[in-house]
Design a protein around this ligand. Sequence first.
Ligand code: LAC
Ligand code: ZN
Length: 461
Amino acid sequence: VSSIGQSLAAIVGASNVFEGAGIEERYRVDIMAKYVSTPGFVVRPGSTEEVAAVVKLAAQANLSITPLGGRTGVVGGGTAKDGAIVLSLERMNKVLEVDAASMTMTVEAGATLQATHESAEANGLFMPLDLGARGSATIGGNIATNAGGNRVLRWGMMRDMVLGLEAVLANGSVVSSLTKALKDNAGYNWKHLFIGSEGTLGVITRAVLRLRPLPVSSQTALVAMSSFETATALLRKMEAALGGRLSSFELMWSDFYDFSSEAQLAKRARPLPCGHALYALMESLGSEVAHDADLFAQTLEQAMSEGLASDVVIAQSDRERDNLWAVRDDLTEVLRPLRPLIAYDVSMALGDMPRFREETRAQILERFPQATTLYYGHAGDGNLHLVVGAGTGKDQTTEVDRMVYRVVEKYRGSVSGEHGIGKGKREYIGLTRSAQELALMQAIKTALDPHNLMNPGKVLP
Ligand code: LAC
Ligand code: ZN
């Protein structure tokens, strides 16, 4: 054990420090096996004070720190510098309080998203953020990446749910504003700097989250559509008819739907036949069981008669609902044959999506005729996912990136709708952010972290 290892052990206990060859693979390799690193130390603090002490020690030793949450980010944001410190929040995983009167929850950064769902529900309340990695993703990681997911359409992104925040700065000081108030205009709202900062400004340690009343009725449907125009018309119709209850509108182009449902055939029947241009998975959450179900079914029936929907299946049980969602969300095994795959989370005006798809698809397939391209995403949010795999090797990533991001630039979209920039998209952030914006970001980074010790090599070019 090195002397730095000993000093770290003095802060967090020897059982919470791993060094060199003793570091498990899960701290070195990301979920998609795309980003690999060789950190010198893994530290697992148990409190904000311990985080602060580790950060101070790291500064003295001139070692950088990469905070790590659930390790299910996909842009390499949790990749440490070789020899540096991985600060895992896994022991700080408690939901500290649910305050039913103020409809808030106070949590440690390492609590999983699912743990917040369960604690809220046990108190008749609801934490609306949701995404496929709910079981692993942590609140700290969700805040650090300003996570989006499946219900942004109705409740917004993580940013919209964070009331209070506590973070440890690069100099080891603790800034804390664990307020439960919805409104707080006392000067600069610094918490928003940390939301989406991907660990580059400090370590998020605790947060107060805004909760909502627990919906008691839930409707889920898979709808097939003949064109993008009918899809957007159907989205508008559902939003208007359901009076704000529509919580998800997940669009899947036929390439994605056919591929995903085919790969899952051994596990579950295909919920709707292939052959339609597009599919949408929609969810409506409400408070009046009988009325909500009738309204949902009637609206979809009307959509069919108006030609907005070509085929519809409405889940009649929790099991059927889970089966419908699985086609959209249960992707780890589905996508495995496409590895090493290239995944995108671009955003743009909804109306530009069909042209974006046609142009990127044509370019990719012209260059890589064997490639598989799958298009899907959170259409209600203008957030499109594209997965490219098979027929493109690891060495072709940059080439495909450039093709895709040039089209994003053409439509004035964002190179990241929700996953963040991390390590993987740094050289493309300039397609979405102006030189002036990047200079402002760099000034903030330099002011808060003058020695570039907080998750270096991420976000900024
Ligand atoms: C999804 C993740 C990849 O929407 O963002 O499936
Ligand atoms: Zn997504």
